[in-house]
Design a protein. Structure first.
Length: 341
């Protein structure tokens, strides 16, 4: 049973959202120094993530979100182990939020790649409402838990299934996001698609790693609007990936397109290497829908303006990294899972 009324939860989380939207001096320092601990966590990337969470935690959306659940269904607090990923800043925040909202205790095993930000954000929440102080613990080893939510790779998911399969669990594997273009997109829409591809350097499961394009599509139409993202090549780790993949394609004489900071290669797979965007042609939208449905267990979301009849989440251009509270990873309702433990 939640320790808080719905109104108290909304007040606390929306206030946290406001504070994240306008970072104070301490948070600003974290934003500017995280890259010392993780080179991918540049100030721009960390700030983007923090502000996306701040935007997500608004009163109206929180009210809508909570209205779908009975937060008093649980009679006792459960200990929920959380194994957080560290691929992009604060990627595990939503899982922690769900555990706290349902009145359970979060046993947090943070990623070594992203341990400082989540601690700081939760400290902020405690200063807003001290009632959250006993709602979470950071641990090095998970034990004495009633349920598990673990996020990792396809390889680590097998390990998670083996060790945690006997308790209620959500175990997430690799997923990627895709875009479906029709050829009628405006330059602004294609520029916004650049955010879906390049934000967080393409490291997130909501980043677009592949585009489906109609036969006859002129790829120059795509390249021109994304030119403003060229400075991404100045990041040394991104540049290393770009150079490595380019050299592989050249040595193997693989056909590809290169604009100086992104490699485009025709490939049936969904998961492209860093600094590479795969593409496939489709005959008509119906055939594209069939291709997507066949891969939906590997897809996080789809970016498109096309009227697609698919079972995946579809978002507008530039919105893949701006999820709503109810946009659950892998399409699994975390709140429902936790409310019914």
């Amino acid at each position: 049973m939640s320790k808080f009324t719905v109104k108290e939860l909304i007040n606390a989380f929306s206030e946290l959202g406001k504070q994240l939207s306008t970072p104070d001096e301490n948070l600003a320092e974290l934003i500017n120094t995280e890259q010392r601990y993780n080179a991918w966590f540049t100030p721009a990337s960390v700030e983007d993530s923090i502000k996306a969470i701040g935007k997500m935690l608004n009163s109206a959306d929180l009210t809508t979100w909570f209205s779908h659940y009975d937060l008093n269904k649980n009679l006792s607090e459960k200990k929920v182990g959380l194994i957080l990923a560290g691929n992009i800043p604060l990627v595990g925040f939503h899982d922690v939020l769900c555990v706290l909202a349902t009145g359970n205790h979060a046993l947090i095993k943070a990623s070594t790649q992203d341990a400082r930000l989540i601690k700081h954000v939760l400290e902020k929440l405690v200063t807003i409402d001290n009632g959250f102080k006993g709602g979470f613990s950071f641990v090095e080893r998970l034990e004495n838990f009633d349920a598990i939510i673990a996020t990792g790779s396809n390889n680590s998911s097998r390990y998670f299934e083996y060790y945690f399969g006997k308790v209620p669990h959500i175990i997430r594997k690799n997923r990627n996001s895709i875009a479906v273009l029709t050829g009628t997109e405006t330059k602004e829409q294609l520029y916004n698609l650049g955010h879906d591809i390049f934000d967080y350097y393409g490291l997130g499961c909501r980043n677009v790693s592949k585009i489906f394009i109609p036969k006859g599509y002129d790829l120059a139409t795509f390249f021109v609007p994304i030119e403003p993202y060229q400075p991404i090549i100045n990041h040394h780790k991104y540049n290393n990936n770009y150079d490595y993949n380019k050299s592989i394609y050249l040595v193997n004489s693989d056909k590809h397109f290169d604009n100086g900071f992104l490699l485009l290669k025709e490939d049936e797979r969904l998961t492209s290497p860093l600094a590479v965007l795969y593409y496939s042609y489709y005959d008509d939208l119906q055939s594209a829908e069939q291709l997507i449905d066949n891969e939906r267990s590997n897809i996080q979301c789809v970016v498109s303006e096309a009227p697609l009849k698919i079972k995946c989440q579809v978002v507008d251009f530039g919105q893949s990294q701006q999820p709503k509270l109810w946009d659950y990873a892998d399409g699994v309702d975390t709140m429902d899972f936790l409310a019914n433990l």
